[in-house]
Design a protein around this ligand. Structure first.
Ligand code: NI
Length: 171
C-alpha cells in the first residue's frame, strides 16, 4: 500500500524514532509499504518517520532505471565506520522542489538487521553511502536542510514559505 509522505515543516519529521524490538508481521508490512511508496514517488530512499511511523526502518535503492532493482531494507541501522568526504547535491521526498549540496562521508559501514532479524553489514560508497547517511539522519529527526549553512538555510526557509503560501492561494 502506498502511504502518504509527510513534508517539511511537518513536526513529525523532527521526532526521533525508536529501535525495532520485535519483527512482527506489521513491521514487515510497513517495510513493504515503504518500498512501494519509495518506488512510486519515485525516490532512492525512504525512512519510516517520513510516513509518520517512528521506528528505525529505512529502505534504499540506488540502482538506475536500466539496472536490476537492488532494494535494501535496514532495521536499526547504525553507522559503525565512516571515511572520506563527499559534497553532492541531495533532495528529499519530504522536502519537495528543493535540492542542495551537503557535506557527507564518501564511504560508510552500516550495521543493522534485515527483515528476518539477521545481522547485516553494508559497505557503501558514493551515492549509496550518501543515501544511508541521509536516511539514518531521518531516524534522528534530521533533514538534509539541517546540514546547510545558516545563510543557505535561511534562503531555503524563505523559499519553503513562498511555496506554502502559493499552495494556500491556489487551493
Ligand atoms: Ni529524505
Amino acid at each position: 500500500m502506498i502511504r502518504t509522505i509527510l513534508t517539511y515543516p511537518n513536526p513529525e519529521l523532527k521526532k526521533k524514532s525508536a529501535p525495532v524490538t520485535i519483527i512482527t508481521e506489521k513491521i514487515r508490512e510497513l517495510a513493504r509499504d515503504m518500498a512501494e511508496t519509495m518506488y512510486n514517488a519515485p525516490g532512492i530512499g525512504l525512512a519510516a518517520p517520513q510516513i509518520g511511523v517512528h521506528q528505525r526502518i529505512i529502505v534504499i535503492d540506488v540502482s538506475g532505471h536500466d539496472e536490476q532493482p537492488e532494494l535494501i531494507i535496514a532495521l536499526n541501522p547504525v553507522i559503525v565506520h565512516a571515511e572520506g568526504e563527499a559534497y553532492e547535491e541531495e533532495g528529499c521526498l519530504s522536502v519537495p522542489k528543493y535540492a542542495a549540496n551537503v557535506r557527507r562521508h564518501a564511504s560508510v559501514v552500516v550495521k543493522g538487521l534485515d527483515l528476518d532479524g539477521n545481522e547485516k553489514v553494508w559497505r557503501a560508497d558514493d551515492l549509496l553511502a550518501i543515501a544511508f547517511q541521509h536516511e539514518i539522519d531521518h531516524l534522528d529527526g534530521i533533514l538534509f536542510v539541517d546540514h546547510l549553512s545558516p545563510l543557505k538555510r535561511d534562503l531555503f526557509q524563505r523559499k519553503a514559505r513562498r511555496l506554502a503560501e502559493a499552495a494556500t492561494e491556489a487551493s
